[in-house]
Design a protein around this ligand. Sequence first.
Ligand code: F6R
Ligand code: MG
Ligand code: MG
Length: 372
Amino acid sequence: MSQKVTISLIKADVGSLCGHHVVHPRQIEMARKKLEEAKKNGLIIDYYVFNCGDDLELLMTHTKGEGSPDIHGLAWSTFKEVTEKVSKPLKLYAAGQDLLSDTFSGNVKGMGPGVAEMEIRERPSEPIIVFAADKTEPGAWNYPLYKIFASPDNTAGLVIDPSMHEGFIFRVMDVIEGKVVDLACPEELYSLIALLGTTGRYVVERILRKVDKEIAAVATTTRLSLIAGKYVGKDDPALIVRAQHGFPAVGEILAPFAYPHLVAGWMRGSHYGPLMPVSLKHAKCTFFDGPPRVVALGFQLANGELIGLNGSDPADLFDDPAFDVARTIAMQLADYMRRMGEFMPARLGPEELEYTTLPKILEKLKDRFRHV
Ligand code: F6R
Ligand code: MG
Ligand code: MG
């Protein structure tokens, strides 16, 4: 039996160039240097550093399991060093933004960075897709994950492939209460949708294949505002999905993104906008700080090594004319939504804006209200 390997994706916004636009190449370079050292020292097997907009993403493979203080410590010290040695000297914008604590306590969960980790036994061939999004929140994955793992209209394998026919278990987190619930599909599909439709509160933490409890997907679930008690940027999410041979095919995993669904985030984390699938080259937000963007990176694992097209450079899966129509629709939707200005539902509802600066504006008007 093959050795267990853990895939850890740990990400943070530690400052960016030209406002909240894009990670600076020197930040990437510094992070690579740190992870290359860790690879040479044998702490990690392999790594790939990339960015989606202003978020620095550290993808690592190792044998230390989920929640390892060594791996989390490596990510934390990398983010710290990038902040101190690059973001601050270059006066990049919002340097160290997501590092909400000064002291590392063994696990970065609850300290600001987003974490998605899965420990697996590598199959004879192990294709994975790593998604990362900017200017949105973990609830942005609810709709595509429902489509990929529970909708027979999207995933032919749920109908046709005997190894997937029993369905999948969704572990859904209530981010307000900090609780999880497991829902098995297809039998609890309607309950699943009842929760996942409330994207700001219920998010998918992981998905397991029902027959053997094999992990199929894992997502980041951080809500920064709930940690910090105030608005400190959106919790731009990441997601790891295993593909093929008993899991959805790569094409079934990518298909839902051809429809640019509306997600919360965009300008000031306060608006609904379409999630636009883009290549790594276009993973940088512009128009009204958006529209929110998502990249999809394809790898093969080989004994923990991240095999890409050129070393560990992945297949850039949305770098494809097949997603041109989605991008055009996304821009049409973005324009449509912007014409509504600051009127709901273009702007988020008051409960979602609780942690932004809007309550301060409303506070000023409080005493001017007269009884009628
Ligand atoms: C959204 C985001 C940006 C900022 C906006 C204002 O996640 O990061 O849209 O909210 O650019 O930023 P500040 O308040 O830093 O000027
Ligand atoms: Mg930022
Ligand atoms: Mg961001």
